[in-house]
Design a binder for this molecule. Structure first.
Ligand SMILES: N[C@@H](CCC(=O)N[C@@H](CS)C(=O)NCC(=O)O)C(=O)O
Length: 199
């Protein structure tokens, strides 16, 4: 399998962490792509032109990080990152919260790259509010006893991305439990191997 990837993408990081946690890293070739600068390197495998995109050995592709991560979860029995039963929706809801933070943060990063005169104050406020709301909600859920499931993999990726790109928002100070939990996880092999580059 090939993973179309960037070390700066929090969505791609979810997949990388999932692959390592599942013991699948040696079955996946990481292919670095510049999705914004060279979209044609992705378009053939993903009509939405987004990463991560996973290209399977038969040439079929999977995309959207939740879909790829669930697929990888089926390839090895343990650890289960998306459990069955009622716990499944707890995990998926946490993932949705974290992915929503990533969506708002990515949009805000792109908005800040536009000329100042073209930026929308209204959308900037909405995205900033979604980032804060999502991370504060995750801060209220964090627990050292919780298994590192797909919801927490997403939360780690979202929190680290906000610090990587939007540290000026001061979210680490506003979500101290989440920040301390992220710091404690930093040495975990899957987390360390996928850490975003220093800005
Ligand atoms: N919902 C998607 C979002 C993926 C996404 O937006 N990736 C960004 C990179 S961080 C991207 O490829 N953006 C290109 C674009 O929006 O055109 C997922 O979970 O995989």
């Amino acid at each position: 399998m090939k993973l179309l990837y960037s070390p700066k993408s929090p969505y791609a990081r979810k997949v990388r962490i999932t692959a390592i946690e599942k013991g699948l890293a040696d079955r996946i070739e990481i292919v670095g792509v510049d999705v914004l600068g060279k979209p044609d390197t992705v378009r053939g495998d993903n009509p939405l032109v987004k990463i991560p995109t996973l290209v399977l050995d038969d040439g079929a592709s999977l995309f959207d990080s939740p879909v790829i991560c669930e697929y990888l979860d089926t390839l090895a029995p343990s650890p289960r990152l998306v459990p069955d039963g009622a716990a499944r929706f707890d995990v998926l809801k946490r993932q949705a919260l974290a992915d929503g933070v990533m969506d708002a943060a990515f949009n805000l990063v792109m908005e800040r790259r536009r000329p100042a005169t073209e930026r929308s104050a209204e959308w900037t406020a909405r995205w900033t509010g979604a980032i804060a709301g999502g991370l504060v909600a995750l801060d209220g859920l964090v627990s050292d006893d919780a298994p590192f499931d797909l919801g927490w993999i997403a939360a780690l990726s979202a929190g680290d991305y906000v610090e990587f790109r939007l540290a000026d928002l001061g979210m680490a100070d506003r979500t101290p439990r989440l920040a301390a939990w992220r710091a404690r996880l930093a040495a975990r092999p899957s987390v360390a191997a996928s850490a975003p580059p220093r800005a």
